[in-house]
Every structure is written in C-alpha cells, then in structure tokens.
Design a protein. Structure first.
Length: 68
C-alpha cells in the first residue's frame, strides 16, 4: 500500500492500514504477513506485532520490511 510519501493522505492511510490488518487477521490466521513500508508508524497501524524488522531503502527513501 502507499505510505504517504508520494501517494495518499495520512488520515486515509491510517484507515487503510487498519483495515488491511483486520482483513489479514480474519482471513489468514496463523500466517506470516510481510509489509514493506516507508512509514513504520503506518505499519504499526495494522494492529499486528512485528516479530522481525529489516531496514531497507526504496530508492532514496528509508523503508522497513516488517514481518508479522
């Protein structure tokens, strides 16, 4: 999903990430979810606990890969 650097507005993205987290919990219990984001705060809005995080780059932008 977008993370507010170029696409989307932060309030809309907070809602989008929360909805993604709810769907992931409901449809994929027991699975591992990977989320690549340039905004770790939005990643936390998924409502899922990351058990691993990797610092990466998306071009010149700092980003994280969250495994939940």
């Amino acid at each position: 999903p977008p993370y507010g650097e170029r696409l989307g507005e932060l309030p809309e993205l907070v809602q989008l990430y929360a909805q993604l987290g709810e769907k992931a919990k409901a449809l994929f219990p027991g699975w591992t979810l990977a989320m690549f984001t340039g905004n770790p705060d939005l990643g936390h809005r998924l409502g899922l606990r990351a058990h691993k995080q990797y610092a990466l780059k998306n071009g010149a932008l700092d980003a994280k890969l969250l495994l939940m």
